[in-house]
Design a protein around this ligand. Structure first.
Ligand code: PLP
Length: 383
């Protein structure tokens, strides 16, 4: 199979596998134990903290290890909003319309807790207008805007948004799960109070990630018990997962410049090939700043699920850019927020490349797409 679904998850790097195996075999102490075995496990965690901090330009003490992006988004948004509400009574959060389900889920929890939720619209490219910050209600505690969208790859103007939010005393949560390892991140320059990453999106294991806090960012722990992670996230640490996250972060940082340039060249090859072979294909947010590895493209007349299955049968793994439920195809929430007409949105595919993708893979996918798109559109009765 040829894998074009790196935004869903990435193959684990061999160096990560080796480091995790070593951690499983050697680091059996509890990192909270004072004896030698415990302290060896503790040292491995602190090394990973340095590696993660270096990837995102933060201080090691700012890093809180989590079980991945979903937990990080919950800890940041719910833990942040609750801490702020306890301080000054503000009980509103704002989230952009194109956030991941994990952020929407955390917002739903807060809503059930009596918080108000403001939804911030996006333009046709799926970008938030930084001026929208000035219009947020005065009782807004936290605003969530992701760094890169998982479906379209579109990059949000988070630094501008954070600067405006700071001027109004609003904290900013930035889900950087899709951006980490693909574009350079400097947490201090970005100015977000809460920043979340997930190891399995850049060559690390599933089930490991981090929340990176700005100095003084309010946080109420959601998991309580012992005092791991300085009381910010109780629970015995996932030592092999954290070690794997750290090694993946170190390699991602080392390879970032070369790999992002290589992926950008592959994206251009793919999109030029698409335009040549399938002239009515619509590349979403084609002119907006985007991740170098992501192409979200619609094939008017076809259905996302039909295309996905036809490609799968030919050995290519991609994602549908539309949601399929009980036989029907619905536009994704991101496409709806961008105002994409339903007929276009329901024919979207997400093609995402990564470390293992080659130019030959791109050419083979183009040939497969050219072969399946026409018949898929005819089956839908359009072409
Ligand atoms: N945020 C974004 C933007 C994502 O793409 C994902 C995963 O697809 C998540 C959060 C959730 O991360 P995890 O799978 O580590 O829980």
């Amino acid at each position: 199979m040829t894998y074009f679904d790196h935004n869903a998850t990435t193959p684990v790097r061999p160096e990560v596998v080796a480091a995790m195996r070593d951690a499983l075999e050697r680091l059996h102490g509890n990192p909270s134990s004072a004896h030698a075995d415990g302290q060896r496990a503790r040292a491995a965690i602190e090394r990973a903290r340095d590696q993660v901090a270096a990837l995102v330009g933060a201080a090691p003490a700012a890093v809180v290890f989590t079980s991945g992006g979903t937990e990080g988004d919950h800890l940041a948004l719910a833990g942040g909003a609750r801490a702020i509400a306890a301080r000054d009574g503000r009980r509103r959060i704002a989230i952009s319309a194109i956030e991941h389900h994990a952020v929407h889920g955390a917002a739903e929890l807060l809503e059930a807790d009596g918080f108000a939720v403001t939804h911030v619209p996006v333009d046709h490219n799926g970008r938030v207008d930084p001026a929208a910050v000035d219009a947020l209600p005065g009782d807004t505690a936290v605003l969530a805007v992701m760094l890169a969208n998982n479906e379209t790859g579109v990059l949000e103007p988070v630094a501008d948004i954070a600067a405006r939010a700071r001027a109004r005393g609003i904290r900013v949560h930035c889900d950087a799960v899709q951006a980490a390892g693909k574009v350079a991140i400097d947490a201090r320059a970005l100015g977000a109070d809460y920043l979340v990453i997930s190891a399995h999106k850049f060559g690390g294991p599933k089930g490991a990630g981090a929340l990176v806090l700005a100095d003084g960012a309010p946080l109420e722990a959601l998991q309580r018990g012992s005092v791991q992670e300085r009381g910010r996230r109780a629970g015995t640490e996932n030592v092999p997962g954290i070690v794997g996250l750290g090694v993946a972060a170190e390699h991602a940082a080392r390879d970032l410049d070369a790999e992002s340039a290589r992926l950008l060249a592959l994206r251009e090859r793919l999109e030029q090939g698409l335009r040549a072979a399938i002239p009515d294909a619509v590349v979403h947010a084609a002119d907006a700043p985007r991740l170098p590895n992501t192409t979200c493209v619609s094939f008017p007349g076809a259905r996302s699920d039909t295309l996905l299955m036809a490609l799968d049968a030919r050995g290519f793994e991609v994602s549908a850019g539309a949601a399929c439920a009980s036989g029907a195809v619905e536009p994704s929430a991101v496409m709806r927020a961008m105002g994409v007409p339903p007929a276009i949105a329901t024919s979207a595919l997400r093609l995402s490349t990564g470390r293992t993708t080659t130019a030959a893979d791109v050419d083979a996918l183009l040939a497969a797409l050219a072969a399946v798109v026409g018949p898929a559109a005819r089956r839908a009765g359009v072409a």
